[in-house]
Design a protein around this ligand. Sequence first.
Ligand code: DX5
Ligand code: ZN
Length: 218
Amino acid sequence: MNTIISPSLLACDFLNIEKEIKSFPNQKDLWFHLDIMDGHFVPNLTFGHPIIEKISKVSDYPLDAHLMVNNPEFYIETFKGFNLHNFTFHFEAAKDTSYLIEKAKENFPSVGISLKPNSTVSYLTDDILKSLDLILIMSVEPGFGGQKFMEDSFEKVKFFNDLKTKKGFNYMIQVDGGINQQNAPLLIQKGANNLVAGSYIFKNPREDYPAKVASLRS
Ligand code: DX5
Ligand code: ZN
């Protein structure tokens, strides 16, 4: 399977979101990553329902929602109208993880759980792992773009990839935070098949975005 690259719109030019979104012509295996922060689960606020709805109207690619919010269950009802492809939440924020996965699965094609750098993974039972389409391994503390990649993420990717092979799970392994051309090849080698990148892509002239995406796969 080809590596999916998920440009994080958090790093784009918010005054020109439509132009930014349209700067990835004819791509395969590209999602747009939406970092939704509520100022409670993380100490930052980004964008909410009206903006996500607008983005969903102009995007030609699957939308990947990364909810860094308390009570993620409250968001399913509204988000289901926005044609999101993937719905990822942080399990520490959920009241009942299994119930939330089940509810989200009724409304979105793909459902993921995100792990912060210090999240306790033993909480993820085989039943939960079996039901997931995606595991998001945070390679920075969630909350802000432009942070430095944490090197211990390689081992975490390997851990979840080995577990997946051993137990026959189906989840995609996504890594988010500080991704660049140096760490991407090793992440892919360890088993990651979905890389989120904000600054690495958007802090460049718009015409260079497709080449930046391609460079993460090579
Ligand atoms: C951080 C977000 C990331 C972030 C990635 O909380 O989840 O998606 O935007 O940005 P970069 O690639 O700049 O680290
Ligand atoms: Zn993210």
